[in-house]
Design a protein around this ligand. Structure first.
Ligand code: NAD
Length: 267
């Protein structure tokens, strides 16, 4: 049976649901972050992508977006970038704190603590610093903050101690920020993607294959088989979740984490 046609005017409403909104997306130069920037752009938002200079160099950004080189591990760079946003008129409605790194797989007893510090400097402190400097620009008018956490925020993952701990920490940050910022009409939520075959993820699978692990195709099939929907999520699936959390579609949602994982996390 054919699905019912959308309500009259519904498509138009969805298309323009972010019209006039200004967004900042960290780590938006490639991968999941870029897909999120593209989805927000399709629905009317404009803004800036903060990412590492070498990534922005080769990146084609979506319509309405400019790039700004920012290392989120460097608070001074974040402060200066948001100062520029403020100088450009100050309007900021959406922040997607997405920049993050995934280190190579490592046994917990072989943890490299320098690597641990680097993961936390980017994945946790980088998000905290992003919120610290973004929130003053949003306090007057309210807004939506979306943090890219991970399904690893909700479950353990062997050989990923530093990464998994960093993504668990983000849950605490999101919940505290949601409690503190609700009075300013700022909503704070997290996305929890399951395995997504971004280029970064494919690089890691190739690395593992090179170490005698399953081939890239076998690894993808194994990941899909762990999800009730028998597939991994795509960058576009995650971008759809970001659109929901960044838009008025989720006006009554704050402090939550939204798994986008084909059900991977409940298995
Ligand atoms: P990616 O490497 O393509 O994207 C990460 C982005 O962050 C890149 O553009 C990168 O340049 C940027 N970045 C890294 N360090 C930075 C820094 N110090 N300052 C500024 N920007 C920096 O990988 P991805 O798979 O698209 O991951 C995006 C986010 O999604 C990450 O937070 C990651 O942890 C999360 N995530 C990914 C998966 C997955 O399977 N791919 C699953 C769950 C969560």
């Amino acid at each position: 049976m054919a699905l019912p046609a959308p309500h009259h005017g519904e498509e138009e409403r969805m298309k323009n649901i972010l019209k006039g909104r200004r967004a900042v997306i960290t780590g938006g130069g490639r991968g999941i972050g870029r897909a999120i920037a593209a989805r927000l752009s399709e629905h009317g938002a404009t803004g800036q992508v903060f990412d590492l200079a070498n990534v922005l160099d080769g990146a084609t950004l979506p319509d309405g977006y400019s790039g700004r080189p920012v290392d989120v591990a460097n608070e001074e760079e974040i402060r200066a970038a948001f100062e520029q946003v403020a100088g450009d008129g100050g309007q900021l409605n959406i922040v997607v704190a997405n920049a993050g790194i995934v280190p190579v797989w490592r046994h917990s007893d072989g943890l490299d603590l320098e690597e641990w510090d680097r993961v936390f400097a980017i994945n946790v402190r980088g998000v905290a610093a992003t919120l610290k400097h973004a929130v003053p620009l949003m306090k007057d008018k309210g807004g939506a903050i979306v943090v890219t956490a991970s399904i690893n925020s909700l479950k353990g993952a062997a050989l990923q101690g530093a990464y998994t701990s960093s993504k668990h920490a983000l849950l605490g940050l999101v919940r505290c920020a949601a409690l503190e910022l609700g009075a300013h009409n700022i909503r704070v939520n997290a996305l929890a993607p399951g395995p997504v075959l971004s280029e970064a993820m494919r690089e890691r699978l190739r690395y593992r294959a090179g170490k005698g692990g399953p081939s890239e195709a076998e690894a993808e099939a194994q990941l899909a088989a762990q999800a009730p929907l028998n597939r991994v999520a795509t960058e576009d699936d995650v971008a759809d979740g970001a659109l929901f959390l960044a838009s008025p579609l989720s006006n009554a949602v704050t402090g939550h984490i939204l798994p986008i994982d084909g059900g991977f996390g409940i298995a």
